[in-house]
Design a protein around this ligand. Structure first.
Ligand code: GLY
Length: 399
């Protein structure tokens, strides 16, 4: 576990520009590519054709943990391959990304999850953005049709989970905001506005019910689909129902920034700014900008960090900075990126090929605590490219 002495966040902000060394992008991307090569080798080595695992998620008991393609994290491995191709424009890297992406195609019919955006957008979405290949487009559209089946018009939201039916009737998690990117993109490339309408309705309903007066957000909101009312507000991966689970806060910043990209609705931009302010200005935000796994975790500063929340936040802040000049978003994103690069990466050749250490999946479940996570690496690479404007937000770059 990484520990830093807490000191007021504003000191970190005013001190960083003076002493800050920019991240050496060329070297960092070279390191990332060599880690990816290792992860690919290890994935092939660990694959067991009996239960058809698809890709890597984390390290468990010293071993690479592979997951099946239905897992919510399956799109991040091909997504990383696309970002590395985007940087290198190397033909072989492109072939790797194409192959990893193709392995996920059957997920386009999987209506049992809301995670379609995470899975299909990060893989096929990036593939289409970078190649314009119409095969990718077809998968994106089918996936959007499948995801739309989970929308309930009375409640005005897409159902997140089907599991734990004893706990919730119609659970919606803040993470679900990220899946809207697939729907927006589907409208953009097909002209079918039904996807857009679902996405906007979901984002507006979530804005009404997920946020507290202090601008933090709940993790899970449970709806009554007969009346459309909220039944209860709880958590699944956070410390308590009333706490601020860090990755959830980062999903909110990213999700509402992305919604503004597609809609230009200033209410979404304002929500993104409020969520960013909650994270950046919180007294428990460490000086290095990498949050503890929950802002209200009881043992702070002896609590684990969540590098994945930091990577999602950094990437979101770069995009937010392109729409909003209200504050120091680029400096804060740069600072987080420097911290991750200088203090949270594995040494080359270590970590079975993962890039970042010190993420937390679900501490309440004692699962994936202080480990590498494939999605931390994905958003870290995205943030690196965004830091130098090397990747384009899709609403302007879809063909
Ligand atoms: N979307 C699941 C998570 O953030 O852990």
């Amino acid at each position: 576990m990484i520990r830093y002495i807490l000191f007021p966040a504003f000191l970190a902000v005013i001190s960083t520009p003076v002493f800050a060394q920019p991240v050496d992008l060329a070297k960092t991307m070279r390191d990332a590519q060599s880690q990816m090569d290792l992860l690919l080798l290890n994935t092939i080595r660990y694959r067991n054709t009996d239960n058809t695992p698809y890709g890597p998620r984390t390290i468990e008991n010293g071993k690479l943990k592979l997951i099946p393609k239905r897992d919510w994290t399956s799109g991040f491995f091909p997504g990383e391959a696309w970002y590395l191709y985007e940087y290198s424009r190397n033909r072989k890297k492109r072939n790797i990304a194409v192959n990893l992406t193709g392995g996920l195609e059957t997920e386009k019919y999987n209506a049992g999850t809301h995670d379609m955006g995470f899975k299909i957008y990060c893989s096929f979405g990036n593939g289409y953005r970078l190649t314009g290949d119409t095969g990718f487009r077809t998968v994106i559209l089918q996936s959007a049709r499948t995801l739309s089946k989970r929308f309930n018009a009375k409640a005005g939201v897409i159902r997140s989970w089907d599991h734990n039916r004893d706990k919730w009737d119609y659970p919606v998690i803040i993470d679900n905001m990220l899946n809207l990117e697939l729907l927006f993109a589907a409208t953009k490339i097909s002209g079918d506005s039904s996807f857009y309408r679902i996405a906007v309705t979901h984002a507006r309903t979530t804005m009404m019910h997920h946020f507290r007066p202090d601008n933090s957000c709940y993790h899970v909101v449970d709806y009554d689909t007969l009346t459309g009312d909220v039944r209860k507000k709880t958590t699944h991966q956070g410390y308590s129902n009333e706490s601020a689970w860090s990755r959830g806060q980062a999903w909110a910043v990213y999700g509402y920034t992305m919604c503004y990209r597609f809609t230009k609705d200033t209410a979404f931009l304002a929500q993104a700014e409020r969520s960013a302010a909650y994270m950046l200005d919180h007294k428990n935000m460490p000086a290095d900008g990498v949050p503890y796994w929950d802002y209200d975790a009881p043992g702070i500063p002896d609590e684990e960090r969540d590098a994945s929340a930091a990577a999602v936040l950094a990437s979101a802040l770069y995009e937010l900075a392109s729409y909003s000049k209200t504050r120091d978003y680029p400096a804060r994103a740069d600072m987080i990126l420097r911290s991750l690069t200088n203090h949270y990466r594995y040494k080359k050749g270590e970590g079975l090929g993962f890039i970042l250490q010190h993420s937390t999946g679900s501490k309440p479940a004692k699962s994936e605590v202080d480990v590498p996570l494939i999605y931390a690496d994905y958003y870290y690479l995205e943030a690196l490219l965004r830091s130098k404007s090397l990747t384009k937000y899709t609403s302007t770059s879809w063909k």
